[in-house]
Design a binder for this molecule. Structure first.
Ligand SMILES: NC(=O)c1ccc[n+]([C@@H]2O[C@H](COP(=O)([O-])OP(=O)(O)OC[C@H]3O[C@@H](n4cnc5c(N)ncnc54)[C@H](OP(=O)(O)O)[C@@H]3O)[C@@H](O)[C@H]2O)c1
Length: 362
């Protein structure tokens, strides 16, 4: 029931964040830059696209459905008005399908002048699913999209962007949408599952392990974001050059509770869920405009913050302590090694385009 954490963790900071948006950076901060937002037809992605465009960027948005992308493009154009300097373009992408991710990369490469021209990439697309569904590659859909697909996208982008470091004055940025809920899963249970047949990915995706508690509004969402945090950490490691400096600055961000489309399935579950969702959103959720500001600020993190998890309701020190307290434990590190191997084995076996990059250390 992760979304109720809003009442228990840093409620005051969350309440203030609900009413007082983080200020945006100076006008023209992203002038002439190219910004990619994966999943930008609603919620945080769409609001971030409006902010980036207002701040001068050329924005590339993605959607699974061309008509939704066109509608989002119109929305961004209307919201930013005639004074906008940059272009808005749309590409099709479904994180759930490996071939969609690779053909998207091919189209992306031909739509910007070169790898050095991509300044910011935000891997934002994600879902909450409250019924068990199998995705096209045989994994439960929340895990397929939020963990495996997002990792694949991150790796494909990193492979392309990091090769351009020498052509740029400063490293580009790769930002992943995480969630505070990544700290909720029981590591002991996942560790036990990792020793069972098929490994931890197969176990979390199995229908028989689908969290069946009636109160659970977001089965597998927290686990999907935990597994993603493991892979983001590995991607951050791959993003470092031989001298240890990041060739691409990688960060994850949790913008806190934001009123978007992602909760649509939760409220539909029962009157209890509808009431809780309404209460949580009414009391603590900020607008998408406000939440998206955290994405913008994360895309501006200096290289010294490479690899860090950014969270709006904790100070950077509190955030670091929280990450160390959960992910720094030996059992988390051991599980991370297992998860990374399983995800990479899956991707290497099914995405030939990735194989060569990974063999070459990316
Ligand atoms: N809202 C919150 O409180 C909150 C808090 C923490 C983290 N987050 C994270 O923020 C991200 C954005 O969520 P949101 O709250 O803005 O939700 P949203 O309003 O539902 O937007 C989700 C976006 O993801 C895209 N998407 C969904 N499935 C996709 C797929 N298979 N492939 C590619 N794109 C896909 C959708 O685009 P199309 O359907 O057009 O393809 C849409 O633009 C998610 O990763 C979420 O986990 C949200």
């Amino acid at each position: 029931m992760g979304y109720l954490d809003a009442f228990f963790e840093a409620p005051l900071t969350r309440l203030v964040g609900r009413y007082v948006p983080v200020p945006l950076p100076a006008e023209g901060t992203f002038a002439g830059q190219n910004v990619l937002i994966v999943g930008a037809t609603s919620g945080l992605g769409l609001a971030a696209a409006v902010h980036f465009a207002t701040l001068g960027a050329n924005v590339i948005i993605t959607s699974r459905v061309a008509s939704r992308a066109d509608e989002a493009k119109r929305h961004i154009e209307e919201a930013t008005g005639p004074s906008r300097k940059g272009d808005i373009s749309c590409l099709e992408l479904d994180l759930e399908r490996y071939d969609s991710c690779t053909s998207f990369m091919a189209k992306l490469k031909s739509s910007v002048p070169g790898p050095a021209a991509l300044d910011v990439a935000i891997v934002n697309g994600g879902i909450v699913n409250n019924t068990w569904e199998e995705g096209p590659h045989g994994w439960e859909r929340t895990i397929q999209i939020n963990t495996i697909g997002s990792t694949l996208m991150g790796l494909l982008l990193l492979g392309w962007m990091r090769g351009a470091r020498d052509l740029r004055p400063s490293p580009a940025h790769l930002v992943f949408l995480s969630s505070r809920e990544c700290f909720d899963p029981d590591l002991d249970e996942l560790t036990k599952w990792s020793q069972r047949e098929g490994g931890v990915l197969r176990q979390v995706c199995s229908k028989k392990n689908w969290p069946g508690h009636w109160w659970d509004a977001e089965p597998n969402y927290a686990v999907s974001k935990l597994l993603l945090m493991f892979t983001i950490d590995e991607i951050s490691r791959l993003a470092r050059g031989p001298d240890g400096d990041p060739l691409v600055v990688v960060n994850s961000v949790c913008p806190g509770m934001v009123n978007t489309q992602i909760g649509r399935n939760i409220a539909a579950r029962s009157w209890f869920h509808a009431l809780c969702t309404w209460l949580v959103l009414f009391i603590t959720a900020k607008t998408a405009d406000s939440g998206a500001r955290l994405l913008i600020m994360t895309a501006l993190k200096p290289k010294e913050n490479h690899g860090e998890y950014c969270n709006f309701f904790l100070t950077p020190d509190q955030s670091r302590r929280k990450v160390a307290g959960y992910f720094g434990r030996e059992k988390a590190k051991a599980l991370q090694r297992v998860v990374w191997k399983e995800v990479i084995d899956e991707l290497k076996a099914n995405v030939p385009e990735l194989q060569a990059g990974l063999d070459g250390g990316l």
